[in-house]
Write a protein that binds this ligand. Structure first.
Ligand SMILES: *[C@@H]1O[C@H](CO)[C@@H](O)[C@H](O)[C@H]1NC(C)=O
Length: 364
């Protein structure tokens, strides 16, 4: 009987031990919640009880340590809570520095809530297990923490669509495993760090819609995993490095709406892996290199609004495919080549040049 009682007691002790999460994680999450206001979905109503690992919306714990490893809160997703509400999420408030006490955190996703403001807590760089930091689509301001490079396990850094200012910290170049960097649509100034090419694992570098100046670092041309480079809508000047046309897997290159000058490298137009190329609205000059081939496959080839002169290269008519092409607003002159890549194009693709003629413009 006594044995039975003891057994029951021991069993209850075990049950109560596993039914609460780390008190420090619990306190950190309560402090985090206290600085946020989510009026439409009520997601924080699930954040009650002692066990923050149990049914707290967006929170996951490690099964063994029962420490909080993920905060995954997305204001735009197919999640039932959003589908049921029939609206996108909205949240105001700030990110409490208390989250820096969640020292087992690997994913911090607080995305598309539109109204979260204030700065990124500086102490976030002490979360040494962090792999994903995704704060896209809020109103976050202030600088990127200067020592962001301490996050040595980071693979995804997404701060796009916020109001972040200051420069891209050079410490970012220390994040050896970074694969996805999205800082687009912020207020970043200064230059792209010249050793940007040190980020050898990077496959997407999205830096468009900022106020970046300086030139495109040569080192970028040596990034063998970079598939997508977007520097559009900045104030980047200088010429386009030749090396960009020799990159192993680059398939999308958007450099439009900058202050680039000089000639278009022939390597770039001859690169058969490049499917999307937008160089529109720069000050590029010289002829369009005559380097297209039967392996050229462009879904987008936008060279509009530059100072390009000379003819449309004849080799373009041998291209396997050209989807959207825009050569308008340049100083091109001569006969528009004939061939399948041109069959579907409208006059607007060739408008406002010096003296182009032939289908779809007037006959020569
Ligand atoms: C290329 O960039 C220009 C200027 O930023 C933009 O207006 C245009 O829509 C882009 N072209 C394509 C096909 O996306």
């Amino acid at each position: 009987m006594v044995g039975m009682w003891f057994f029951t007691f021991a069993f209850l002790a075990v049950v109560s031990a596993v039914s609460s999460c780390s008190p420090s994680d619990h306190a950190a999450l309560m402090a985090f919640k206290a600085q946020l206001n989510e009026p439409y979905l009520g997601i924080f109503h699930t954040w009650t009880g002692d066990d923050c690992c149990l049914n707290w919306y967006g929170i996951s714990c490690h099964p063994d340590t029962r420490r909080v490893v993920d905060i995954n809160l997305r204001g735009e997703s197919e999640d039932p809570i959003l589908v049921k509400a029939g609206r996108a999420g909205y949240m105001t408030g700030t990110i409490s520095p208390e989250i820096c006490k969640l020292d087992h955190l690997t994913n911090l996703i607080l995305a598309d809530w539109k109204g979260i403001s204030g700065e990124i807590p500086k102490c976030i760089t002490s979360l040494s297990s962090l792999r994903v930091l995704d704060l896209i689509g809020n109103k976050i301001s202030g600088d990127i923490p200067a020592d962001i490079g301490r996050l040595s396990k980071l693979t995804v850094l997404n701060l796009a669509d916020n109001a972040i200012s200051g420069q891209i910290p050079t410490s970012i170049l220390n994040i050896a495993g970074l694969m996805h960097l999205d800082l687009s649509n912020n207020r970043l100034t200064g230059q792209v760090p010249s050793d940007f090419g040190n980020l050898k694992m990077l496959s997407r570098a999205l830096l468009s819609r900022n106020q970046l100046t300086g030139s495109i670092p040569e080192s970028i041309g040596y990034m063998n995993r970079l598939a997508d480079l977007d520097l559009a809508m900045n104030q980047i000047s200088g010429s386009i490095p030749d090396r960009l046309g020799k990159m192993a897997v680059l398939s999308t290159l958007n450099l439009d709406s900058n202050k680039l000058s000089g000639q278009i490298p022939s390597t770039l137009l001859g690169n058969t892996g490049l499917g999307i190329l937008n160089l529109s609205r720069n000050s590029l000059e010289g002829n369009i290199p005559n380097v297209f081939s039967s392996n050229s496959y462009f879904m987008v080839l936008d060279l509009s609004y530059n100072n390009l002169k000379g003819p449309i290269p004849g080799s373009l008519s041998s291209a396997k495919f050209v989807g959207h092409m825009d050569l308008s607003h340049n100083h091109l002159c001569g006969t528009i080549p004939v061939g399948s890549p041109f069959d579907h194009l409208e006059a607007s693709s060739f408008a406002n040049n010096d003296c182009l003629c032939g289908n779809p413009l007037k006959t020569c």
